[in-house]
Design a protein around this ligand. Sequence first.
Ligand code: GDP
Ligand code: MG
Length: 220
Amino acid sequence: MSSRDHLFKVLVVGDAAVGKTSLVQRYSQDSFSKHYKSTVGVDFALKVLQWSDSEMVRLQLWDIADEQSEALKPWLIQSHIDGQERFTSMTRLYYRDASACVIMFDVTNATTFSNSQKWKQDLDSKLTLPNGEPVPCLLLANKCDLSPWAVSRDQVDRFSKENGFTGWTETSVKENKNINEAMRVLIEKMMSNSREDMSLSTQGNYINLQTKPSSSWACC
Ligand code: GDP
Ligand code: MG
């Protein structure tokens, strides 16, 4: 990987059936299917973009199970550190070292909209940038090809501002509407965060080797 390559881990969360798996498939493979199996555990997809003449961006998209983190909790990963046996919940592994998040809801389903707040709070309680700021997080009002909407645009707008989202937009994974554009906004935010990290590293500050870089994905 050259120095102008950027690798980011991006989480895709939200209630069951809002379109998370469809989004990941659409964005990484440019395909859409009406029939998706319920995701079991966590699926990964890689999206590679030529960001500029000299920069590549690789996004590792983490698609969480429909059963949500509840179902993942009993799923413990065993590891050996310092000769000691430890257990890490899948939930922790899922959130670890992520640079950004996409929270989706279904515009025809008000419950999925109100649950977006729980997803955001869950995210912010488990993950922050090294400077303590919340990680960039987009709110996607998906299935905008359907009507009627169960929430108004004003409601979504207020909700997005009140809950500290980077921004929101309506999307249709089915019709491929606003997907690339929304992800581009997220990448720009991650790129500017990683540039801030780099500028910090040239200020002669003490380098805390205990701190993991959170703006790039590190293998667990
Ligand atoms: P997940 O449980 O959040 O991963 O949701 P899926 O990606 O499995 O999608 C659930 C259902 O919604 C599937 O039947 C998809 O085809 C459908 N779906 C996803 N995105 C859209 C969309 O933008 N518009 C419409 N009409 N249906 C969608
Ligand atoms: Mg799914």
